[in-house]
Every structure is written in structure tokens, then in C-alpha cells.
Design a protein around this ligand. Structure first.
Ligand code: SF4
Ligand code: SF4
Length: 133
């Protein structure tokens, strides 16, 4: 099936932090994510896990503020671990639900200021989705 975004999509992250807060959710952390983040924080993997992760079934997710929904790494509205952020964060907004249709992408643009007409064009072949399920 031909993708509706075969001509690419315009996006450039402004690091505004809007996707790092809000309603309850999960920022999944895989082994490679944990190793990268632990190194960035100068912690052992165990110490990193105790301090920043919660177990959800068989997986791990970053802690978040229960009241605000802020990710544990959101500081003064910005990601404090941006270069080492998890794959799920790197893939945003190219998540399957946002790529499902042009309407879904336009809806995502209302929450993500990096999706805008004057942003660089990301070719379709460079758009890789991240599946959280
Ligand atoms: S909402 Fe969009 S522009 Fe803002 S930090 Fe998230 S991905 Fe970047
Ligand atoms: S790790 Fe960084 S980019 Fe990912 S949700 Fe937390 S603050 Fe946002």
C-alpha cells in the first residue's frame, strides 16, 4: 500500500518539551536506552533503574510526575537528557498513530510545534516508525 506521506513530511524538533508532559502515559525504556541514559547520568545500570524507572509488566518506563504528567527528565520545560533520550522519544512524532492518515498527522501538529510548513522536509524513506506495543 502506498503511504500517504510518500512525498515526505516537514518536521524539526524545537525541544519545546510539549510531548514530555500532559496526561499519564509510558515512555518505554529498552536495554539500549537504559545503558545510554545511565552513562549520560554517570550511574550504574542498577542505580539508574532504581532512580528513574518503574516496572510495568515485563517492561520498564521512565518515572513521571503523577500530578502534572511531566517526565522525570523534564527540567524547566526541556528534556535534560536530550542527546541520550529513549528511542520512543527520538521517533516522535513519527509514531504509527500519527502516521495513520493526513488527518492524524495534522492533529499531531496541533500538539507538536515542530510539525510546520517551513520545517525541513524529511524524506519518506527516512521516516521510521517506533511501535510502543
Ligand atoms: S512537541 Fe514536537 S517540537 Fe516539541 S519537543 Fe516534542 S517533538 Fe520536539
Ligand atoms: S526523556 Fe526527554 S524527550 Fe523523552 S519524554 Fe522525557 S523529557 Fe521528553
Amino acid at each position: 500500500m502506498e503511504r500517504w506521506y510518500r512525498g515526505g513530511l516537514r518536521f524539526a524538533c524545537t525541544e519545546c518539551g510539549a510531548c514530555c508532559t500532559g496526561g499519564a502515559g509510558y515512555t518505554w525504556v529498552g536495554e539500549a536506552d537504559a545503558a545510554r541514559l545511565a552513562a549520560q547520568r554517570g550511574l550504574s545500570l542498577d542505580a539508574f533503574g532504581r532512580r528513574y524507572l518503574r516496572r510495568v509488566g515485563e517492561r520498564y518506563a521512565l518515572l513521571e510526575d503523577r500530578r502534572t504528567g511531566d517526565c522525570v527528565f523534564l527540567e524547566r520545560g526541556r528534556c535534560s537528557v536530550y542527546a541520550a533520550r529513549p528511542a520512543q522519544c527520538r521517533a516522535y512524532p513519527f509514531w504509527p498513530r500519527n502516521l495513520a492518515s493526513r488527518e492524524a498527522w495534522n492533529a499531531a501538529a496541533r500538539e507538536c510545534e515542530g510539525i510546520r510548513d517551513d520545517a525541513p522536509l524529511i524524506p519518506a524513506e527516512r521516516i521510521r516508525t517506533y511501535r510502543t506495543q
